[in-house]
Design a protein around this ligand. Sequence first.
Ligand code: TYD
Length: 137
Amino acid sequence: MRISRVKDCRIVDLPIVQTESGSITSLNNSIDIPFNIKRVYYLYDVPNQADRGAHAHKELQQLIVAVSGSFTITLFDGFENMTFILNQPNQGLLLVPGIWRELNGFSGGGICLVLASHEYQESDYIRDYHDYLEFKK
Ligand code: TYD
C-alpha cells in the first residue's frame, strides 16, 4: 500500500468483561476487528534493550495488543511518524499495510500479541529502509 499513512492507523478500545475475579477481552473475527484473522502470534521474553520490527508489510493488516506489560511502537509512512505506548490489554493498535514500524522499550514480562490478516509470508515484508522509501514514492 504505497499511499497508506500513519494517520490511517488508530488505537481501538477492545471489549472487556470485568468481574471481581478478573477480566476477559474476547476478539471475534470480523466483528471486533476489521479484517479476517488468519494468524495469531506473540512476542515475549523480549529484552528491554531489544529493537523489534524495523520493517513494513505490503498487504498485511494487524492489530497489536500489549496483553501484558508495555512497549513502545513507532510508525512511519515516509512522511510522518507517530509513537504509541501500548500498556492496556483492552486497547489495540490497528495497523494498515505499508507502514514502517519499530518496537522497543519492552517492560519485563511484556507480551505483544498480534492478530494478522494473512499467514506468514516473507515476500510480504519490506525489510530494507531504503527499499521502503522507494516503495512509498
Ligand atoms: P519478524 O516479523 O521480523 O519479527 P519482529 O518484527 O518482531 O522483529 O520475524 C522474526 C523471525 O520470525 C523471522 O525469521 C520470521 C519468523 N516468523 C515466522 O516464522 N512466523 C511468523 O508468523 C512471524 C511473525 C515471524
